[in-house]
Ligand binder design. Structure first.
Ligand SMILES: Cc1cc2nc3c(=O)[nH]c(=O)nc-3n(C[C@H](O)[C@H](O)[C@H](O)COP(=O)(O)O)c2cc1C
Length: 227
């Protein structure tokens, strides 16, 4: 299989990603456009959307995405729904054991990879590269406008018994993922949560520490229209 030079292409096949991943060579693409060091998100709209039962009725996984970018107000609403601050005491839209809030949400956009700062409702640049292709083996992750990465920070989990940390963190990430599913169902977006990811590659490109564990990734975008 030819693997040299393929990191510069547009959409990379699953087989190519597997081969590059096995060699530790799955790398991001250059960023599209200018990566700003911090993106101030507009205030999230906390009204409207589908009634909950209708959103639950429409929740499903999709693996076909249009390339169209998500407008900033929609991205803002999505991130707030995912894991934003929803109370004056700093409480979040998803639960965590002993409220340690150990999950960090990383946001892979064509213009760069960002960390979601929920308290400030801002995105902070982590890497000025297009990380989307590194967030999973499936080829649609390269095309969709947004891949979220859920990372557990074990250094925040000192109140949680050591043997429970990974399962509790995965539970917390699952709750965030379901928030995104319901937001997507409510907003006409497509999404899929993914565990088939190259955790070593993501850890490497994001420069994560030994305390940080990549758990899951989730792709979001507009559904691809049938032609
Ligand atoms: C922990 C977990 C890991 C998953 N990993 C992947 C994945 O790597 N790739 C993928 O396409 N779908 C993945 N899925 C989505 C499931 O395939 C999907 O939820 C299942 O087929 C049921 O379909 P539905 O979500 O439309 O009800 C995952 C789901 C869960 C809960």
């Amino acid at each position: 299989m030819p693997v040299s030079g393929v990191n510069g292409g547009t959409v990379m096949s699953t087989l190519t990603k597997l081969a590059l991943g096995a060699m530790g060579k799955l790398r991001p693409k250059p960023a599209k456009g200018d990566a700003t060091t911090s993106i101030s998100l507009p205030l999230p709209r906390k009204q409207g959307g589908l009634p909950l039962m209708e959103a639950l009725a429409g929740r499903h996984s999709s693996r076909e995405f249009a390339r169209d970018p998500l407008p900033l107000p929609l991205l803002s609403d999505l991130l707030w729904a995912a894991y934003g601050v929803n109370r004056a005491d700093g409480g979040r839209t998803a639960p965590s054991a002993v409220n340690v809030q150990e999950i960090d949400v990383f946001v892979a956009l064509p213009s760069g990879a960002y960390h979601y700062d929920a308290a400030a409702h801002e995105l902070h640049l982590v890497l000025a590269s297009d990380l989307r292709r590194v967030t999973g083996y499936q080829d649609f992750v390269d095309e969709a406008p947004l891949d979220l990465v859920y990372v557990a920070d074990h250094s925040r989990m000192s109140l949680v018994p050591v043997g429970q940390r990974e399962s509790y963190a995965s539970t917390a990430a699952g709750a965030i993922a379901q928030n995104v599913y319901l937001f997507a169902a409510s907003s006409g977006l497509a999404t899929v949560i993914r565990a088939w990811i190259d955790r070593a590659a993501i850890t490497d490109v994001l420069g994560l520490t030994h305390d940080q564990q990549v758990l899951l990734s989730q792709t979001v975008g507009y559904p691809k229209m049938a032609v």
